[in-house]
Ligand binder design. Structure first.
Ligand code: F1P
Length: 327
C-alpha cells in the first residue's frame, strides 16, 4: 500500500532531508522574511495546518508577528484584508504540488501587492517555484493522495531554516535519529491501547502543536472516513466538550510541562472519554514534525481495520485544481 509505505519510510526521508538541508547555503536565505514586521504563512488543507504550526514557531523564535492564512480566504474572500501597507509584509507559501489553484492565486495577489514571497514545495516544475521571489524545492517524491511525508518534511525544513536564519541551536539530528523508535512506539501505543475502537476522536494542541492536532484530525477524516475534530487545547472546555461520551478518544499533544493540559485531560476522563497524552520529545516545539506521525499512523490503522484503502480516499484528488483559472 503506497500511503503505508510512505508513512513508514519517513525516517529514511528525514535522514536524506537533513543532509540536503545541512549542505544548503542558507546565510542569505529569504532574509526579507526576517526583516519583516509581519509574515503570512499560507496554504490549503494539510498545507494550511502546516502553516499554522510554522507561523507559531516563526513567531516563537524570531519575535516577529506571523499569521497563518488559508489560500482560499486570500483568493476568494472579498472582505479579505491584510495588515496595513505601512508594515513590511512578506509571505511563505506552502504547497506540496506547488500548483493548487487557490495557493497560486494567493501568490499572484501577494506579488501584485508588492509583498515578498517565499515558497516551499515538492513541485520542481510548479507555478509556485516559477513565480515566488525565492523558493525551496525538497528533493522528495510523494505519490499518495493524502499528504504524509510531504507534511513532516516541509515542516522540518521550515523549522530548520528558521533556526539557521535566527542562529539558534537545534537538535534535529537527535530527533531524526529518534524517528524510527518514535514511529514504532506510536504504532505499539495505538495497537496496545485498542484506541482505534472509539467512534469520535478529538485532537488537542497549543502553539506549534495546534497545527499537528488539526493535521491529525484531517488524516483520520481523509484516510479512514472517521469523525475527528481538532482544537487549540484550552478551547475544548468552551463548548465542543459537550460531544464527549464513552465513545470519545481525546489525544493531547502536550507542549512543555504545562500542568493545566493534564488537568484538562483528567476532566475529559471524568466525562467518560478515553485519553492519550503525547509527550514532547523536545522542549521547544522542534519535534512537531515527529508528533504528526502518530496521527498519520492512527488514520492508517483505523482505515485498515475498516477495510478502507487510504490510497484511494473518497472524494479527494491529489491536487485541487479549480476550473476557470482566470479567477
Ligand atoms: C493541498 C491539498 C492537501 C489535501 C489533498 C489535496 O495540496 O489540499 O492538503 O490533503 O491532498 O491537496 P498542496 O497545495 O499542498 O499541493
Amino acid at each position: 500500500m503506497l500511503t503505508e509505505h510512505e508513512i513508514y519510510t519517513q525516517p529514511d526521508d528525514f535522514e536524506r532531508l537533513l543532509a540536503f538541508l545541512n549542505d544548503l547555503y542558507i546565510e542569505d536565505f529569504a532574509r526579507y522574511l526576517f526583516e519583516s514586521d509581519v509574515v503570512y504563512f499560507v496554504g490549503c488543507g494539510s498545507s494550511y495546518y502546516l502553516a499554522v504550526s510554522a507561523s507559531k514557531y516563526f513567531s516563537r523564535v524570531t519575535g516577529i508577528d506571523a499569521k497563518p492564512l488559508q489560500s482560499g480566504e486570500v483568493t476568494f474572500a472579498s472582505s479579505f484584508v491584510l495588515g496595513s501597507r505601512d508594515l513590511k509584509r512578506s509571505a511563505v507559501l506552502i504547497s506540496r504540488s506547488g500548483d493548487t489553484t487557490e495557493t497560486v492565486q494567493a501568490l499572484r495577489k501577494f506579488n501584485q501587492m508588492g509583498i515578498k514571497t517565499f515558497g516551499i514545495t515538492l513541485g520542481e516544475k510548479s507555478e509556485l517555484r516559477r513565480i515566488c521571489q525565492s523558493s525551496l524545492v525538497l528533493p522528495l517524491e510523494e505519490r499518495s493522495v493524502v499528504m504524509t511525508k510531504s507534511f513532516s518534511c516541509m515542516l522540518l525544513s521550515l523549522f530548520y531554516l528558521i533556526d539557521r536564519m535566527a542562529k539558534i541551536a537545534s537538535d534535529y539530528d537527535r530527533l531524526v535519529r529518534l524517528s524510527r523508535k518514535f514511529l514504532h512506539e506510536s504504532e505499539k501505543s495505538i495497537e496496545s491501547q485498542a484506541i482505534d475502537g472509539a467512534k469520535h476522536y478529538v485532537f488537542l494542541g497549543t502553539g506549534v502543536y495546534e497545527g499537528i492536532a488539526k493535521e491529525s484530525a484531517l488524516k483520520l477524516q481523509e484516510m479512514s472516513l472517521t469523525f475527528a475534530e481538532a482544537y487549540s487545547t484550552f478551547e475544548y472546555r468552551h463548548g465542543p466538550k459537550s460531544l464527549v461520551t464513552d465513545q470519545t478518544l481525546v489525544v493531547l499533544y502536550a507542549s512543555d510541562q504545562n500542568p493545566e493540559e493534564v488537568t484538562l485531560l483528567g476532566e475529559m476522563q471524568r466525562l467518560g472519554a478515553s485519553t492519550v497524552l503525547r509527550t514532547p520529545a523536545a522542549e521547544n516545539g522542534q519535534d512537531a514534525f515527529l508528533q504528526v506521525l502518530f496521527g498519520q499512523l492512527l488514520g492508517l490503522i483505523i482505515a485498515k481495520r475498516k477495510g478502507l484503502n487510504p490510497d484511494q480516499p473518497r472524494n479527494l484528488s491529489r491536487v485541487v485544481f479549480l476550473a476557470d483559472e482566470s479567477r
